[in-house]
Design a protein around this ligand. Structure first.
Ligand SMILES: [Zn+2]
Length: 317
């Protein structure tokens, strides 16, 4: 399998009226990509400018950041031609690697805008290189800028940032270094532009120290929370039934937490996040991970605090 390290530049409306009238928020104007083989050796490059069809003026902030003029873009080809060539250049056996999650979203939004066939009909695996950098070199949670990571890794900064070809090269260099750190490539991500369409397509991914579940869509929170897979507290490592130390509770109606105990794997924290889908419905991302007693105490304290607050409010009224 090849790795396609992809970077896009996009333009947006330069005034409020155009912004409100436009069906597309961000118009892709440049595609840059590097192809690596399974040994992480570079085997190809793709770079093209795209002739705008939505916004005829450069957004001021974007223009200052990326240094592309409208005049230059006029020599480009239309999005649909470029993206068709790009995808055939990608081949059939590849995984996308991008800095953060936005590029794949915007690519698919632009493809939908031009009614092009979808990249995928359900969640697509990819590598978020920004996340891999954090896993390889930091605390797994922090998200740094591309420039920070380039400087951190002493990568040669010979070309300016914020052009698709340059940023793809930088992202590829970071990817190669992070991928060489043991275990890092186990941490793929899922692009949820297309959600699981039914139960069978739902995602159940187990990583080294946590698991992730991505549900299909539900009409509302209540129906999501009555689904047995959504609220399941089985151990993600062995599948055993667990004892619920703290049953699911919510602090704000959007995130739910629980603590369960597996006889073999000890304390496990469950977290359910309610997410809004493009269709204005609900889907669930649930993570489970092993935790120590300190974290268990924190969660219990949080729950008790919520109960206390509720009791006080009831008392006052
Ligand atoms: Zn277990």
């Amino acid at each position: 399998m090849n790795y396609i390290i992809l970077d896009l530049e996009w333009n947006q409306a330069d005034d409020l009226k155009t912004k409100l009238e436009s069906e597309l928020m961000f118009e892709i104007i440049e595609i840059g990509a590097i192809k690596l083989n399974s040994e992480l050796q570079e085997i190809g490059r793709f770079h093209e400018l795209i002739k705008p069809q939505v916004f005829n003026r450069m957004n001021q902030v974007t223009g200052e950041l990326i240094h592309i003029s409208m005049k230059e873009l006029q020599n480009g080809r239309n999005f649909d031609e470029v993206v068709r060539d790009f995808l055939s250049w990608c081949g059939s056996d590849y995984i996308f690697c991008t800095w953060g999650s936005l590029d794949l979203t915007e690519l698919q939004k632009n493809m939908d805008y031009y009614r092009l066939p979808s990249l995928s009909h359900n969640p697509m695996r990819y590598y978020d290189v920004q996340k891999l950098f954090s896993i390889a070199y930091e605390d797994k949670k922090k998200r740094r800028t591309l420039q920070y990571a380039v400087e951190f890794l002493n990568i040669n900064e010979e070309v300016p940032f914020h052009r698709a070809d340059a940023d793809a090269v930088y992202t590829a260099e970071i990817f190669k270094k992070a991928a060489a750190v043991e275990g890092v490539l186990n941490n793929y991500s899922f692009d949820t532009y297309h959600l699981p369409q039914n139960k069978a397509e739902e995602i159940n991914a187990v990583f080294d120290d946590y698991a992730k579940y991505i549900s299909r869509e539900f009409i509302n929170k209540l129906s999501a929370m009555s689904d047995k897979d959504v609220v399941s507290t089985k151990c993600f490592l062995c599948g055993a039934k667990t004892r619920k130390k703290v049953p699911w509770f919510s602090n704000n109606g959007r995130n739910y937490y629980a603590v369960m105990v597996c006889p073999k794997h000890g304390n496990i924290k469950g977290k359910i996040r309610m997410k809004k889908s493009a269709q204005d419905r609900i889907y669930v991302v649930k993570t489970m991970k092993q935790i120590n007693t300190e974290v268990v105490e924190d969660i219990i304290a949080k729950r008790n605090q919520l109960r206390e607050g509720r009791r006080e409010r009831r008392h006052r009224s």
